[in-house]
Design a protein around this ligand. Structure first.
Ligand SMILES: Cc1ncc(COP(=O)(O)O)c(C=O)c1O
Length: 421
């Protein structure tokens, strides 16, 4: 039996997994988007303590003072419900491949819409790192070429280009951040006509620094190079329009601010560059047409990178997560979370802690250094059920404000840090 999207959602609802509100939203085709946002459908109960009306969807808020979203962002119940429904179907009446591929297409469309791209520019890989490996592997980088990154990037990037330096003789140039920022002006000093790629983590996992993608794209393009961005710490927290920013390639895993699960990472390639980036592996799913005598024609758009059976369960969850984010509104999430981060920043500053995130930074992540005994700090955080990332043996603390956090929580955290002076 073919398991349609409607049947899937109805069985999920019958099992008590999805609220009628979510069904209405998830059932909306793109043409129904406006209707899905109409006031009678979107009934989030907002309050001062919950300006986005989302806290009820995140049980984590009852259990912890959770400020660790840059590490792993908890998923709302709607996303868990979509996963449960998927696996229940797998147990009772597995969803047909064709239906799972249809959902995959819908999710690619949704993601494309989120970043201002078109569906044919978006594929789904299995991890954030897969995108940069694919791009770097396809660019035919050689001795004499250089790649410019900064020291706020993720480990993958350094490992990847150090390897290409050894195996292909490329040069890796690393912009050293200054007071937590790596500005386009600093990149300008290292980018030249031998630069093939500029690569940044849009929002740095280290200290939350949000790069100016437009300026970096202009710089790269002015030298005939491309801009790659790892967007896992930005998408879902901040709005992004790939056309306005000029990003050429982008990948984002989904277990952080996108509120999804593991094993899927949407990958964007600007349409003019689809011919430049070739798939690095073969499978049955990226075949567009079978030709005589075991010859094949591959898809010529971003579907060519989705070569074999993906993590469908996580794709269904990503669909639910993208619906959820669309419902709350990314601009609202940005406004709320960045304001919380500023409140935290100002409070920490007033207490005399050393901020390692630049002032006025436009993300929801803050890194600071305290001048207190790390073991005592660890214990006081544990006692208050605070979850945050302790870095460098607990000397530095990374905090992230997500859509479900509120001012009270930031103030509670500040009460704790006040004791570390
Ligand atoms: C900036 C950044 N990039 C990438 C990753 C994870 O990469 P992957 O999905 O390839 O494991 C993380 C995880 O913390 C990250 O913060």
């Amino acid at each position: 039996m073919s398991y349609t999207r409607r049947q899937f959602l109805e069985s999920a609802s019958a099992a008590g997994f999805i609220t009628p509100l979510s069904i209405k939203n998830r059932d909306a085709e793109p043409s129904d988007k406006e209707q899905a946002k109409s006031p009678e459908v979107v009934k989030r109960v907002q309050s001062i303590n919950d300006p986005l009306g989302v806290r009820g969807d995140f049980p984590v808020v009852e259990e912890h003072l959770y400020l660790n979203s840059p590490y792993i962002t908890p998923s709302p119940q709607q996303v868990i419900a979509a996963g449960n429904a998927f696996w229940q179907a797998k147990s009772h009446n597995p969803i047909l491949l064709g239906d799972m591929l249809t959902e995959t297409t819908r999710v690619r469309q949704q993601f494309a819409q989120l970043i201002g791209a078109i569906e044919t520019e978006v594929s789904i890989l299995d991890a954030t790192s897969a995108g940069e490996n694919l791009v770097a592997g396809s660019l035919d980088l050689r001795s004499g070429d250089n790649v410019v990154v900064d020291d706020l990037h993720y480990e993958t990037t350094y490992a990847l280009y150090r390897n290409l330096a050894e195996t292909r003789g490329i040069e890796l140039r690393i912009v050293r951040s200054d007071n937590g920022a790596a500005t386009p002006e600093e990149f300008e000093e290292l980018v030249d006509d031998a630069t093939r790629l500029v690569s940044v983590a849009w929002v740095s996992h280290q200290n939350g620094y949000a790069h100016d993608l437009r300026a970096l794209a202009d710089l790269a393009h002015g030298h005939g190079a491309y801009l790659y961005t790892d967007a896992i710490q930005g998408i879902g927290m901040l709005p992004l329009d790939v056309r306005k920013t000029g990003v050429d390639f982008l990948t984002a895993g989904t277990y952080k601010w996108l509120l999804g699960g593991y094993g899927v990472a949407p990958f964007f390639v600007r349409s003019e560059l689809l011919d430049t980036i070739e798939p690095d592996r073969s499978g049955s799913l990226n075949i567009a047409q079978e030709l005589p005598d075991f010859h094949f024609e591959l898809h010529d758009d971003a579907r060519k990178y989705l070569y074999a059976t993906p993590a469908f369960g996580a794709i269904y969850q990503l669909g639910a997560a993208l619906d959820y984010l669309d419902n709350v509104g990314i601009a609202n999430i940005e406004r709320h979370t960045v304001a919380l981060a500023r409140r935290l920043y100002d409070g920490l500053m007033a207490q005399g802690h050393r901020l390692l995130t630049p002032p006025g930074n436009g993300s929801a992540i803050v890194l600071f250094e305290h001048n207190h005994d790390p073991e005592t700090v660890r214990q006081s955080l544990g006692k208050a059920a605070v979850q945050a990332t302790l870095r460098e043996e607990g000397v530095k603390i990374r905090v992230g404000a997500a859509l479900f956090n509120n001012e009270d929580e930031i103030d509670k955290f500040l009460e704790i840090t006040d004791g570390w002076r």
